[in-house]
Design a protein around this ligand. Structure first.
Ligand SMILES: [Zn+2]
Ligand SMILES: [Zn+2]
Length: 445
């Protein structure tokens, strides 16, 4: 056991050393700029759809290195174009937004920012999803691509997308003419940092990369009254409690074992005082699935159960079941993913490029793919390799994205992000645009 742990640790350490020593001079040359932007953004995060300073900083830097920059695309979105002769148009995307999370990493550059959210509540703000690192990486990549125009041809399109966390920014950019006012890309690329992989490594997931996400709000209607006279009421709190438990049988009893589905009731709100039975209860759900047919089955079951539990309780009115937000799974064109494995292995070392199964969080990068643009979305290791090896050995989980403790191991992760993005872009920005026609963009199998 100890020997195998040691082997994993040594393998990871050597992988890391390898990635670091191999970081080419061109990456070292741009790293200080990328790192400085990362620190600045980490300390000054902004919430979804309010990324005004963030977008302005990114736009200003893209402009200063020779990109043609358009701001305010779909809200705070940024589009930066660098033309370099005939050839394909390739899009690389970063997100701009941070989260309402109070940072507890203890880092010297930890965010202390507080702001009002859209509901007027005071919230702390933190780059708890690593979008600051994505922005640092895209800046480094932008500089390298601008300095090495002899290594590629075509049109490079960098975008800073707002409101990814609210699943709205990609759609807003498309509706604001992202693919009509600007060249429509022949392929689109993005990465995401996380602790599922040690820094220095990347992973590729051909096919379905992540989940379909659906946000559901259920409002159950009862009959209010005195808490001491339940016989004069229909209690929506008891109705809600029963509904929550019944909803948990969808995955355990209705979905075929082995198929992926998550049904989480993330909040329940009802009542004001202990001796009042309220007249309604509201709950919010998140539903995640990989496949469309499983998604349909789960959503239908939620609807059926909510209505049936209300009927069983003698509710005076059918519940309202609303799907108020949703996004499709990100689909990685398998042939494109396989093609890009080669340049990633060449740039990072064969051992630093692995294949990973789909993940459960969601992403609105799928909106770009659904416009008929083949996509390549890959994962960037963010975990301190030593901590990663220790956690693997002890079975504990490192803080996930969105945790107040989420802190990528910046130095290796940012280097690797830049190296990986440049390798992928140079591979795609060769030959003619026609080669991409063979990559289907059918996102949903
Ligand atoms: Zn996130
Ligand atoms: Zn994210």
């Amino acid at each position: 056991m100890i020997r195998s742990i040691l082997t994993v640790f040594l393998a990871l350490s050597s992988a890391l050393v390898c990635a670091q020593t191999q970081a080419p001079k061109e990456v070292e040359a741009v790293y200080p700029d990328a790192h400085a932007l990362y620190l600045d953004l980490h300390e000054h995060p902004e919430l979804s759809a309010h990324e005004t300073q963030t977008a302005a900083k990114l736009a200003e830097r893209f402009r200063s290195i020779g990109y043609e920059v358009t701001e305010h695309v779909g809200g705070t979105g940024v589009v930066a174009i660098l033309k370099n002769g005939a050839g394909p148009t390739i899009m690389l995307r970063t997100e701009l937004d941070a989260l309402p999370v109070e940072e507890k990493t203890g880092l010297p550059y930890a965010s202390k920012v507080h702001t009002k959210d859209d509901a007027g509540r005071d919230v702390a703000v933190m780059h708890a999803c690593g979008h600051d690192l994505h922005m640092g990486a895209i800046l480094g990549t932008a500089e390298i691509m601008a300095r090495s125009k002899n290594t590629w041809h075509g049109t490079l399109m960098l975008i800073g997308q707002p409101a990814e966390e609210a699943i709205g920014g990609a759609k807003a950019m498309i509706h604001d003419g992202l693919f009509t006012r600007f060249p429509k890309p022949d392929a689109a690329v993005a990465l995401h940092v996380g602790n599922e992989l040690p820094a220095g490594m990347v992973s590729i997931t051909p096919g379905i990369y992540n989940t379909n996400s659906d946000s559901i709000r259920i409002t159950l209607y009862g009959k209010g009254g005195h808490g001491a006279a339940p016989h004069t009421t229909v209690d929506p709190i008891v109705m809600a409690a029963r509904t929550i438990l019944s909803l948990q049988t969808i995955v355990s009893r209705e979905i075929k074992p082995g198929e992926m589905a998550v049904v989480t009731v993330g909040y329940i709100q009802a009542g004001t005082k202990n001796n009042i039975i309220p007249d309604h209860a509201e709950m919010g759900l998140t539903v995640r699935t990989y496949k469309q047919d499983v998604r349909k089955q789960v959503l239908a079951a939620i609807n059926r159960i909510a209505k049936a539990e209300a009927a069983a309780a003698g509710a005076p009115q059918e519940p309202l079941v609303e799907r108020y937000e949703g996004t499709d799974a990100v689909y990685n064109d398998p042939a494109l993913a396989e093609r890009l494995r080669t340049p990633l292995e060449a740039a990072l070392g064969k051992n630093n490029v692995v294949t990973a199964p789909p993940i459960t969080p969601s992403e609105d990068f799928s909106y770009f793919v659904e416009q008929g643009v083949p996509g390549f979305y890959f994962s960037l290791g963010g975990a301190d390799p030593e901590k990663y090896a220790q956690a693997k050995a002890s079975g504990e989980q490192l803080p996930s994205n969105h945790s107040p403790l989420f802190a990528p191991d910046v130095d290796p992760a940012l280097h690797t992000g830049i190296v990986a993005e440049v390798a992928v872009l140079r591979n795609l920005l060769q030959g003619s645009a026609d080669q991409f026609k063979k990559f289907g963009a059918t996102p949903q199998p």
